[in-house]
Design a binder for this molecule. Structure first.
Ligand SMILES: NC(=O)c1ccc[n+]([C@@H]2O[C@H](COP(=O)([O-])OP(=O)(O)OC[C@H]3O[C@@H](n4cnc5c(N)ncnc54)[C@H](OP(=O)(O)O)[C@@H]3O)[C@@H](O)[C@H]2O)c1
Length: 260
């Protein structure tokens, strides 16, 4: 099957590309910049979701599109909301049969601006012109590590009661590849990691695994959004699927030797 992965060079997109190639699909990688180290057997097309540039040519002959593009800055909507609307319109012109979207578990419960953007993006997809599948995942280990790594650079370890259930991005990519093969299925089962942990727990695990000495930084649960995260709004409910390994295992694989 000819599949296009938008954002196929990113944290999630790259393992999606690898998984689809391993399953024998023809994969086109769509992003603004070409990958430094392309996955063998794939072709890259430059596109920009915020302007629509390159999309029509990139989607010629494509059966399914996986949207793994992301923009984490404050101005995420032009890429992730207007951008997905532009993408769906191009998919309609190219007669694409299936749009696969990734979203975030509990995004409608936590009023951070990025999560509002995800809710708006979901609405564009689910009310859009292309038959769709929508998968929600919890935070990737990479994101948790980026947050804790940035604190550790300042020699700080956050003490915070916010709860997360971080997940292996390769497992999420596998669910998206399953979705491509299953065809349009609507909202599918949420996916997350095997363990719910507070940010304090996760910071302790990182500190011990990497043998770092850090100063505890208390982060009080101020604000509605933070309190919702503390109350596990971003974690799976009983219907969700808990997969793969936890953050401690991810750290052992990512940092085989302790870093200072
Ligand atoms: N990170 C998490 O913990 C997490 C959890 C659940 C769901 N998600 C969702 O997963 C998706 C991907 O997140 P990620 O963390 O993998 O993102 P990421 O690592 O930042 O990757 C973003 C990708 O999007 C591309 N991109 C950015 N702006 C673009 C534009 N204007 N036009 C075309 N491509 C563009 C980037 O390539 P170029 O810069 O070269 O264009 C890159 O390939 C997002 O929808 C996010 O909400 C993330």
């Amino acid at each position: 099957m000819q599949v296009a992965v938008v954002g196929g060079t990113g944290t999630l997109g790259l393992p999606v590309v690898r998984d689809l190639v391993a399953r024998g699909h023809a994969v086109r990688v769509l992003s603004r910049s070409a990958p430094a180290d392309p996955v063998p057997g794939t072709e890259h097309r430059s596109v920009d979701l915020s302007t629509g540039a390159g999309l029509d040519a990139a989607l010629e002959g494509v059966y399914a599109v996986v949207d793994a593009a992301g923009h984490r800055g404050l101005r995420s909507a032009p890429v992730m909301v207007e951008g997905v609307r532009t993408l769906l319109a191009a998919e309609q012109r190219a007669k694409v049969s299936h749009h696969v979207e990734i979203s975030i578990v509990g995004c409608e419960q936590v009023p951070f601006s990025y999560y509002r953007t995800k809710v708006a993006q979901e609405r564009v997809v689910t009310q859009g012109p292309i038959p769709w599948t929508l998968l929600r995942a919890t935070q990737f280990h990479e994101l948790i590590d980026e947050i804790l790594g940035a604190s550790a650079k300042l020699r700080l370890a956050p003490r915070a009661s916010m709860r997360f259930q971080p997940v292996d991005v390769v497992a999420v990519a596998g669910r998206l590849a399953d979705a491509v093969e299953a065809g349009p299925s609507g909202r599918v089962r949420d996916v997350g990691g095997p363990v719910v942990q507070t940010l304090s727990d996760l910071a302790d695990i990182r500190r011990h695994t990497l043998a770092q000495t850090l100063i505890p930084l208390p982060v009080p649960p101020i604000g509605r959004a933070v309190r919702r995260v503390r109350d596990a709004a971003l974690c799976l409910d009983s219907a969700g699927e808990a997969v793969s390994f936890d953050y401690a295992e991810w750290l052992r694989r990512r940092y085989p030797k302790p870093v200072s």
